[in-house]
Design a protein around this ligand. Structure first.
Ligand SMILES: Cc1ncc(COP(=O)(O)O)c(C=O)c1O
Length: 382
């Protein structure tokens, strides 16, 4: 069979080896605590579920949705950007997605021709690199360092890469490090991209998952020429991962390109799910603050236990992850396998996010405090 050779250049999405050990332990009846995936355990707000059910009664709920998303949801996203970030968006600057993962993949062919470069900071969400490779673009990996607060140093990008690049993807608040961006950084990177005619995209999947008191920022607040784009999702702050609903906002030409692709490859998200998302945006800041407080407590608890066990981590201001160092004298695989076999704990090895991130692992605090306490206290002291 002759298949796409580019498939050989992307890894499997699942963590094969860890999954096999996990399955074996479960079969033996062992208790496993999974701090691997970033899938929130918190409940979906009742009003969202009620809206979902209510919309089944509306005529046309079962039909194809409008390709760009239902008007009500697009208006809700526009209002959210106005109220939260003071950013004014027009209808043609908003596109509803079947989750932001879908949008990230469709952004690549909307912007890049074969063999164009995409600048991707590393460590990062693996889909940026995989989607670039799948679509025949070439990822240029820019290393993020703790000493820079995990913000990319654009001075390190060689000129010949800059001239061949069409797209620069950043992600703040950042998965896996939890780092957040600031105004100065956004202004600098926007100017760099304006100057070099590169589309700048921020993946804002965790834009509201911040420690209490931190102000959410959007890349678009500083994009005075309206040349950038930003992803958002209902997955993380509204605990709606399985609903598959997100959006992209910003430059209308880019949105038009993605829409052209989507009209040829999918037909949008089920209308009731879009109504549910519109309802989610109606929840006030008290809802968001209450979610933040839960993650504040979880992070503080995990930091305390990790410190007791001599595991060092990056003190972050966003997301529900902790980016930790593998203890000395262990390889990343040895440590992650040992943790699973000895303590029944699953964490994500750093190299999933970059081959530059051996020596790190990520803990996802999408479990309640009791489980975090029980699980992390099973760690040895290193
Ligand atoms: C940085 C980042 N972007 C995007 C996504 C995908 O989110 P969605 O559920 O909207 O596809 C994730 C999911 O973990 C993520 O970590």
């Amino acid at each position: 069979m002759k298949i796409n050779n580019r498939l050989n250049n992307i890894p499997e999405y699942e963590l094969g080896k860890i999954k096999n050990i996990k399955d074996e332990l479960i079969k033996k009846g062992e208790e496993i605590i999974d701090f691997g995936v970033g899938d929130p355990d918190l409940p979906v707000n009742n009003s969202i579920l009620e809206e979902l059910v209510k919309s089944f009664k509306e005529a046309g709920f079962n039909n194809y949705p409008p390709y760009d998303g239902i008007m009500r949801l697009k208006k809700g996203i526009i209002e959210y950007y106005k109220e939260t970030f003071g950013v004014n968006l027009n209808m043609d600057e908003v596109l509803v997605l079947i989750g932001s993962k879908e949008g990230i993949s469709n952004l690549i062919p909307a912007v890049c021709d074969l063999e164009d470069y995409v600048i991707i900071p590393k460590p990062s969400y693996p889909v940026y690199e995989a989607a670039s490779r799948l679509w025949g673009a070439i990822p240029y990996k820019l290393s993020l360092k703790e000493k820079d607060g995990y913000l990319p140093d654009i001075n390190l990008i060689p000129n010949e890469i800059i001239t061949k690049s069409k797209l620069f993807v950043i992600n703040y608040p950042n998965n896996p490090t939890g780092a957040v961006a600031n105004e100065k950084f956004y202004k600098e990177i926007i100017n760099f991209c304006y100057k070099n005619n590169i589309l700048l995209c921020n993946d804002g999947a965790y834009n509201e998952i911040l420690r209490s008191g931190e102000k959410p920022l959007s890349l678009l607040q500083f994009d005075y020429k309206k040349l950038c784009v930003e992803f958002g999702t209902f997955s993380k702050i509204y605990n709606m991962t399985g609903f598959r609903i997100g959006y992209i906002v910003g430059n209308s030409q880019v949105i038009k390109g993605i829409l052209k692709i989507k009209t040829n490859v999918d037909s949008g998200q089920f209308i009731p799910i879009q109504h549910a998302a519109a309802q989610a945006l109606k929840l006030d800041r008290n809802y968001i603050n209450s979610v933040r407080e839960i993650y504040d407590r979880r992070i503080a608890l995990a930091e305390e236990i990790l410190t007791k066990h001599n595991i060092s981590f990056f003190k972050n201001k966003g997301t529900f992850y902790l980016w930790c160092k593998v203890p000395k004298n262990y390889t990343t695989d040895e440590f992650c396998e040992d943790l699973l076999k000895r303590s029944g704990l699953i964490v994500t090895p750093g190299y999933i996010f970059s081959n530059l991130s051996y020596g790190y692992f990520r803990i996802s605090l999408t479990k309640d405090e009791k489980i975090i306490e029980k699980g992390l206290n099973k760690l040895a002291t290193y």
